[in-house]
Each structure stands twice: as C-alpha cells, then as structure tokens.
Design a binder for this molecule. Sequence first.
Ligand code: TYD
Ligand code: MG
Length: 462
Amino acid sequence: MAKTKTSHVCQSCGAVSARWQGRCESCGEWNTIVEEMVDSGVGAGPRSATAAGRPVQLVPLSGETESAARIETGLAELDRVTGGGFVMGSAVLVGGDPGIGKSTLLLQAGAALAERGKRVVYVSGEEAVAQIRLRAQRLGLGDRNVSLASETNVEIILATLQQGPAPHLVIIDSIQTLWTDRVDSAPGTVTQVRTSAQALTRFAKKSGAAVVLVGHVTKDGQIAGPRVVEHMVDAVLYFEGDASHTFRILRGVKNRYGATDEIGVFEMTTLGLQEVANPSALFLDQRDEGAAGSAVFAGMEGTRPVLCEIQALVAPSPLGTPRRAVVGWDSSRLSMVLAVLESRCGVRIGANDIYLNVAGGLKINEPAADLAVAAALISSLTGSPLPSDAVYFGEISLAGGVRPVVHASLRLREAQKLGFKSAVTGRLGAGDKANGIAVGEYSELAELVGRIAAKGQRAAAE
Ligand code: TYD
Ligand code: MG
C-alpha cells in the first residue's frame, strides 16, 4: 500500500509546517498544529486539465462585458451591503460571533427571496429541521416556500442540490460543520473546511446559484479556522454587534462585485431582525442631554453618516496609577488625546480616573472622534455641559492642531436632519457645505478647550 502523505496544518491560520510543533511559527498560536492527510479528491485541483496541457484562449482587456445578474432580497440593509443583491454564481461568506443572529438574518433573507418566487435551499448542519421550522414560525415566515435540509456531508448536499432545477440561493449554515469524505482529516479541521468551501464555491460557479456560507468567528475576531475560506469566496460580510445591545451591523469586508465600505444596520427584536433605516436616531435615542461629559460625535460608517453619543467621566483618583477604562474606542487613542490636552493645552487631567464610553455599544475606529472625545473630557473635567444641539468631529494632531476630516458635508447634513443646530470641527475644505448648520471652525484644540472651560467657570460663578 502506498504510504499516505501527511502534513502539519495550523488550525488557526492554515499554515503548513514540515513537522509538529507546539507553537505555530506563522501566527504564534499554541497547540493549534494538527497532523492531516495531504489533500486528495475535491481539494486537490483539476489534475486532468493540467495533464492535457490544453492552452487557454488569451483575450484583450477591453471587450464585451455583461453586468453581473443579481437577486435582490428586498431587505434594503442587506442589499446595500452586497451592492444590490446577491450575485448569481457567486459565493459569499457571512461571519460573526455565535448567537449574533446570522441564522436569523439568512432565514429572513431566504424567506424574502422565496416570497419573490426564487428557489431557496437552506441547509443547516447545526439545527434540526424542526428547530428551523419553529424559528420560521416565530418569525412569521412559516408559510414561505423555502426548501430545508439538515445535513453536514458535502457530497450529499451537492447531490441534493443537483436534483431538479438549479436553486437561486443556497444557504449553508455553517461551514464549520461540513465534512467531505474525499479528505481523511477530522471534521472541523482546516483541510475539511477548505475542501468543503472549495466544492461549494465551484458548485456556485457551475450552477449559477448564489451560495451563502455561514462561518463562526473566534474570540479574537478571525473566522474560526478557515481564514483560507475568505480568499476563496467572492464576498465576505461580517455580522457584528454587542450581545448586550440589540443593534447589529452587517459590514462588507471583501466584495468582488461592489464596494466594501457599506454597512447595514439591524435591530434584533422578538420578531427577528428589523432593518434600521436611520441608525443615528437609534444611537441618540436615550441621550443624557444637558449632562456634563456628553458629546455627540458626527461619525461615518463606510459611506453612511452615523451620529452617536460619547460619554466621559473624569473623577479624582485615589490611586497612584489612575484608572483608564474605554468602551467602544481605542484606548491608546485616548492616551494620545490626554497627552495633547496636558502638554499642548495646559489642562491638568492626567491624575484623574478617566472613563470613556460610546453609548449604545457602537465601536468607533475613526480618528475623527478625537475632537468629540476631547470635548467630552473637558466638559466632564470642568463640569460644564456642552450645548445639546451641537455635534463634534475632527482629528487632533500631536502638535495640538485640529485637522479637517473627510465627508464633512455628509456629517453636517445628517446632523441637520436630526435637528442639530451647530457643529464644532476643524477648518472646512473649499468644497464642504455647511448644510444649514452653524459651523465653529477651530484650527487649535486649545481654543476650543478655552471656550468650554470659560463657560464652566461662568456657570460656577452664577
Ligand atoms: P442566531 O440567528 O441563532 O445566531 P447565530 O446563527 O449567529 O449563531 O440568533 C440567536 C439569537 O438571536 C438568540 O440568542 C436569540 C436571538 N433572537 C431574538 O432575539 N429574536 C428572534 O426573533 C430570534 C429568531 C432570535
Ligand atoms: Mg446559527
């Protein structure tokens, strides 16, 4: 019998090493390397085609094109992220933490498409048919014409899908539960997941169906094991959110058929996921108007302006090393803003405990939030509330300057739509429009700090 070849594959990043090691040299994870049989069958590549050495016809770059056929689900927030609906013949990976609502979202999308007369197949490797039916009934979708199967073997799934007319949409929930008998590794290993995903991607291309693969994400934010799957599929969407809050964001991180800077916002309710057409209103819903330490940040999520509240609490610290706690923002960015306030604006703030919170569970990673954070900090330190009808945005430089940020007009228009009257930011560009908002332009952070602090002293004197 021929000796079976094995290789050692890291289950976290998919790197292959020659021998077993305790720690993966590629990603640094411990105890993730597993011995696997070398690929054969489905994942091993089209041997027959290369053996024949058939040349392909080379074509010029300029030439006839046809726009990709898409199927719109009618869930506007989902269609926005995919760039106008799922593309026929493409494979999409939807990743997210367990329990965030991936199955719910895709069941709703499938039901919506079935309503529009499309053939939809939902294959679950995690739930029994009865469980899926129960969920659909709870969502009020019990009567939709969606075909269900509870199966984890790729060959059986493919054989099932090839019966009858090709489906328009196939949902596979989840990719981690699949296994193929063409590979000898245990189910759930990188080789299994990669091979299964490859077979399903190939099915999508061949049959013209849109295939959606669901993938769970590990705690450090990677799609568990199959990072490799990300390279294989045409689009990768992440479903994010905080389990303790009800809103969820669907974010495009890769899209071969559209832009990746789109987000869709949903709210998890007892009736499933509801679309949120106006996220700013959701995030500003329960704002502490008139409280010191609260500033409204006019942010951007992809191409969409989103307003949210930033809350700061600056309190005298009994500790030698004051506490810093940040939720929803980068803590090293907070340290930078504090250092600029101390050394460029003469504000003595470093000896205090500082708590910073982005209300509603949103995570912000835009430098434009610097100015809103600085304003909230100074407001809390001086006990002077900021005007409740003002928004803040601008990047702070290490020299203490306020730098302009992109999309100022869009941010201002969103603020105007939600009834805000003024904005505090850096200098606007020549093409930026105020959109009916009174814009206070500051080029130095110290000026703004002076304004907020002076108001605090006035309030104290009164
Ligand atoms: P689910 O779609 O099963 O998550 P995933 O597939 O990403 O693991 O969602 C599970 C959570 O959603 C569960 O904790 C309950 C909640 N949920 C609701 O709040 N309302 C609903 O109508 C449904 C169906 C689920
Ligand atoms: Mg699920």
